[in-house]
Design a protein around this ligand. Structure first.
Ligand SMILES: [Zn+2]
Length: 421
C-alpha cells in the first residue's frame, strides 16, 4: 500500500472510532446457542444468559450499579420443558415448522378425533353451543375442534380468532393456518390443549396423536442485569441504554427459539457500547440495563421502574435497543414525535456522517421496554432496525440470518448522539 492509502486508512480508523464487529458477532452467536435454551424459562435459560452477560461486563471492567449485577424479580409463566410430539399416521410433525403450541396451552397425552367447525357454524353461537354439547356428550373418544383460517376472509378470521380463545376454555382446539408462526410467552395456563398447525401438514378429518408436556411455574425467579460507568463530573446527569436479553425459551426439550434479531443483537450492542464508553468516558453517568421478562409482557423493565436503582429524574435520555440485527432499510425511532429536538439531532448526525438509509419517525408505542420509562416521564427513544430479515418470534430468527451490515453505523450514530445531547 502506498503512503497516501495508509494515511487515509489511519484517518478512517481514528475518526470512525468504532470497530467491534467481531465482538458483536461473538456475543450474539453465544446468546443464540442451544446452551442458552432460547433465554427463556426452561432449563433456566434466562439465568444462564444473565450470568454470561455479567461475566462480559466484568471482563470489560464495567461495574454493577447496585451491590450485584442482578436485580431479581418474579413472574408466573407457562413452560414446555419436555415432550412436544404431534403425530398423524406415524408422521411426526416438526415443532416450530409444522406446528406450535399456544403459549397458554395445557399439556396432554392422547389421540384426538378431529372435528372441523366452519365459520358459519362457529359464528352461529346457539347452534355451536348445541354442537359442542353433542361433542362433549360422547366421551368414548377424545375430540378436538379444528378451525381452518385458510378458508376464511380476513374479517372473518378476526371474528373467529377471538372465539377460538373462548372455545379453548371448553375443548381442545387446533387452528389451521398458512401464514408464519409467531410464538410468545404465556403467563397463564388454559384448561385444554391449544395448537396451531400449518395447513398441508396434516389431515383435518383424521386422528391426531398429541403428547405435550406443559408446566405452569408460579413465582419463577428471573433477573435484570444492571451496570454503569460513573463519571467523575459532579452532579452529572445519566444516559441509559437498555436492551432485553430474554427470548421465548424452549418449546419442548428439542426446540429452542434463538431470538437472534430479537434481541441477542441489541444485547450484544449494549455490551459493545459499554466497552466503548469505558474506554472513552463522557460527562455523563452511563447506565446499561439488560432486561429480562420482556417477551412475557415487559415484566423486567416494569419491575425496574417500580423499584428504580437510580432517580428516574436524573436520566437525561434513555435509548432502548431491540431488533438490531438488520438495518439495510434504516432504523425506526419510536417516540420521535415526542422528542423532536433529539430526533432532529439523530437525523442530522445520520446525514452528516452518511450512515443509514433512513432514520424514520414513529409516535409512542408500548411495544418494548422503553414503555414504562415513557409512562414515568423519562425522555426515551426505542430504536429498531428495518431490513429484509422478517423472521420474528419463530425458530428461523437465527444468528445465520443476521447480516450485521449496519451495526457499526448504528453504534457510531448512538455514540455521536450522546456526545451532542
Ligand atoms: Zn424484542
Amino acid at each position: 500500500m502506498h503512503k497516501l492509502g495508509l494515511f487515509f486508512l489511519l484517518l478512517f480508523v481514528s475518526t470512525s472510532g468504532f470497530s467491534q464487529i467481531e465482538e458483536i458477532k461473538r456475543i450474539t452467536k453465544e446468546l443464540c446457542s442451544p446452551e442458552f435454551h432460547g433465554r427463556g424459562y426452561v432449563n433456566k435459560g434466562d439465568s444462564i444468559a444473565a450470568a454470561f452477560l455479567a461475566s462480559e461486563f466484568k471482563k470489560i471492567e464495567v461495574e454493577p450499579l447496585g451491590k450485584s449485577y442482578f436485580q431479581p424479580f418474579q413472574l408466573d409463566v407457562n413452560t414446555f420443558p419436555g415432550e412436544m410430539k404431534v403425530e398423524q399416521k406415524r408422521k411426526l410433525l416438526i415443532p416450530g415448522r409444522d406446528f406450535v403450541v399456544n403459549p397458554s396451552s395445557t399439556g396432554v397425552n392422547t389421540t384426538y378425533k378431529l372435528h372441523e367447525l366452519n365459520a358459519s357454524e362457529l359464528l352461529d353461537l346457539e347452534g355451536m353451543r348445541a354442537l359442542i354439547q353433542k361433542i362433549k356428550n360422547d366421551p368414548s373418544v377424545d375430540k378436538a375442534i379444528v378451525i381452518d383460517y385458510t378458508l376464511m376472509s380476513a374479517d372473518t378470521v378476526k371474528l373467529v380468532q377471538s372465539l377460538a380463545y373462548e372455545l379453548a376454555t371448553i375443548l381442545p382446539v387446533i387452528e389451521c393456518i398458512d401464514t408464519k408462526f409467531t410464538w410468545s410467552v404465556g403467563r397463564k395456563q388454559s384448561f385444554y390443549p391449544f395448537l396451531q398447525i400449518q395447513a398441508g401438514s396434516f389431515d383435518k378429518s383424521g386422528e391426531l396423536k398429541v403428547n405435550i408436556e406443559a408446566s405452569f411455574v408460579k413465582n419463577y425467579q428471573s433477573q435484570n442485569v444492571i451496570t454503569h460507568i460513573p463519571t467523575k463530573k459532579k452532579c452529572a446527569k445519566t444516559i441509559v441504554f437498555t436492551a432485553h436479553y430474554d427470548h421465548l425459551g424452549r418449546m419442548g426439550s428439542d426446540t429452542h427459539f434463538p431470538g437472534a434479531n430479537d434481541n441477542a443483537s441489541g444485547t450484544a450492542m449494549l455490551i459493545t457500547l459499554a466497552k466503548h464508553f469505558k474506554k472513552n468516558p463522557v460527562n455523563y453517568n452511563v447506565v446499561f440495563m439488560a432486561f429480562a421478562g420482556e417477551e412475557a409482557g415487559l415484566v423486567g423493565s416494569k419491575h425496574f421502574v417500580e423499584n428504580p436503582m437510580l432517580k428516574l429524574k436524573e436520566i437525561k435520555f434513555l435509548v432502548n435497543l431491540d431488533i438490531m440485527g438488520s438495518g439495510e432499510e434504516g432504523i425506526t425511532v419510536v417516540n420521535a414525535t415526542e422528542f423532536k429536538d433529539q430526533f432532529t439531532l439523530l437525523q442530522t448526525i445520520n446525514n452528516e456522517k452518511n450512515l443509514l438509509a433512513q432514520v424514520k419517525s414513529r409516535g409512542p408505542s408500548a411495544n418494548s421496554d422503553h414503555h414504562w420509562f415513557t409512562e414515568k416521564g423519562v425522555p426515551a427513544f426505542f430504536i429498531y432496525t428495518m431490513g429484509t430479515n422478517k423472521h420474528y418470534h419463530d425458530i428461523f430468527d437465527t444468528y445465520e440470518e443476521l447480516t450485521f451490515n449496519e451495526y457499526e453505523d448504528i453504534t457510531t450514530l448512538l455514540i455521536e448522539f450522546v456526545k451532542r445531547l
